[in-house]
Design a protein around this ligand. Structure first.
Ligand code: GUN
Ligand code: FE
Length: 459
């Protein structure tokens, strides 16, 4: 689809490094008709437009807002269960294994009904887009038609997505499971084939091989999925080391393996294109193996707190050199918002700091990095998304500060206008992170296509 050449004008904020924001208060970014960034002008007063852009369409930031890269997961939401969305906020006092049986499997089994699946999947994709999530790694269900429908909906609504059909051939309820290893592999192949048909170049949609977790998958199924991964190059995602009882059971069920990570490694699933969610209780040896294999981790703090799974030691993972992104893990996590998830990452790190010392604390800059560039690395798209550089896709959100629906009030004096005064840009970004929500996400683009807007956006 051809897009208008557009110049985005105003303030731009993105993560220069893990610990530094780059803030250009008077910049312009030109996005070509291919949805890619064609030029970046950091200071409009000292640099002129490149030739040929004089007549381009303009989108200007209003009031005190700014452009920010779309969230991965994260943007990226690097770990979200689309069919569990109706259960967001519903988990009682359960922990992982009883939560799965009480809340999760019954809901997921209802996705055999395609009309039901379509209604819920449309809602999930719209809601995550409205929160600025431009890329999402979705777990669907075991059902092939509903999983393919999720891929279709993401494509139609324009959300960059990794869509995985969940494999579960053991220790799963009779009413919701794969019947055999062969049928599980055949179903996985069917979903990979569907994505090949709707998006052959993986421009927006990518299939992702999804063994639910070790307990749900036989050794044979995981090995066959590992073979499929090697054969097709399709990425993978699963859960690891989330809950102590789960880890104990993994030890009992796979006595031939030296650790939880070793279960996946022996199946050929621990590779640079595997995303492991949670990783709360990894041993030193497991972290070393994950680092060696260049396997990625999705940190899901809201879920880890809700299901009292534990507080992952993110600083330790990062110090080990492991690539980390953020995931909402809906509905283990209660929120589809990556901004809220970033806040949860900050608070979890503070609880860790109270036990382990100050080094454990994550900063505003660091969690925003995990939600953008970190997520981009986790999904293997760091060359394409995560920041504002020439050649990258325009996956971005316009953050509005002053608007009829704004939830942000900073240095408010009297009346509706004088909300901002002498505050620093760092304060403004922190205020957005801690007190903002989807009312501040005025507009969202994926590869240059406008995929969400509110009444705060005129353009
Ligand atoms: N482990 C296996 N399945 C799930 C799931 O759906 N959510 C979470 N949080 N952990 C899991
Ligand atoms: Fe999960």
């Amino acid at each position: 689809m051809a897009l208008d050449k557009t110049i985005y004008i105003g303030a731009f904020v993105h993560c220069a490094t893990l610990t530094e924001l780059e803030i250009c208060t008077g910049g312009s970014i030109g996005v070509g008709d291919d949805g890619k960034i064609a030029f970046v002008i950091k200071d409009r007063n000292s640099e002129s437009l490149p030739a040929g852009w004089e007549a381009a369409r303009e989108v200007k930031i209003k009031d005190h807002g700014f452009f920010f890269p779309g969230f991965i997961g994260i943007v990226s939401d690097t770990h979200i269960h689309a069919p569990q969305y109706p259960n967001a906020g519903v988990f009682g006092k359960s922990t992982l294994l009883d939560w799965l049986n009480t809340y999760t499997f019954p809901l997921e089994s209802s996705f055999s009904d395609l009309a039901n699946a379509g209604r819920i999947y449309k809602r999930v994709v719209s809601r995550t887009l409205s929160h600025g999530t431009t890329t999402a790694c979705y777990y669907a269900t075991v059902h092939v038609p509903a999983t393919n429908l999720l891929a279709d909906i993401c494509k139609e609504k324009g959300q960059r997505a990794f869509v995985g059909r969940v494999c579960m051939d053991q220790m799963s309820p009779d009413y919701y499971r794969d019947e055999s290893v062969d049928s599980a592999i055949e179903a996985s192949r069917a979903c990979i084939q569907h994505v090949k048909e709707i998006d052959p170049g993986n421009d927006i949609i990518t299939s992702i091989i999804t063994p639910r977790f070790a307990l749900s998958c036989s050794t044979e199924a995981m090995k066959r999925l590992g073979d499929l991964h090697r054969e097709t190059g399709v990425p993978c995602q699963t859960h690891i080391s989330e809950n102590p009882k789960e880890i104990e059971l993994v030890r009992e069920v796979f006595p031939e393996c030296s650790s939880y990570a070793d279960v996946y490694d022996k199946a050929g699933l621990l590779t640079p294109k595997m995303i492991l969610a949670h990783a709360v209780h990894l041993s030193k040896d497991e972290r070393a193996l994950i680092k060696k294999r260049e396997t990625k981790i999705s940190h899901c703090p809201a879920s880890n707190t809700a299901l009292t799974s534990g507080a992952a030691k993110v600083r330790e993972l990062m110090n080990d050199g492991i690539t980390v992104g953020l995931g909402t893990d809906v509905s283990g996590g209660y929120t589809p918002s990556m901004l809220a998830e970033a806040r949860e990452a900050i608070f979890t790190s503070r609880h860790r700091a109270m036990l382990d010392g100050d080094e454990a604390k994550l900063s505003t800059e660091e969690v925003l990095y995990l939600a953008t560039r970190g997520g981009a690395k986790v999904v293997g798209l760091e060359e394409r998304i995560g920041g504002f550089e020439v050649g990258k896709d325009w996956d971005a959100q316009m953050v509005s500060i002053v608007g009829v629906d704004s939830s942000l009030d900073l240095y408010q004096t009297v009346g509706p206008v004088e909300i901002f005064g002498g505050e620093s840009w760092d304060d403004k970004v922190a205020k957005w992170l801690y007190t903002g929500d989807d009312r501040n996400t005025a507009a969202v683009w994926v590869k240059g296509r406008l995929v969400h807007k509110t009444s705060n956006f005129e353009g």
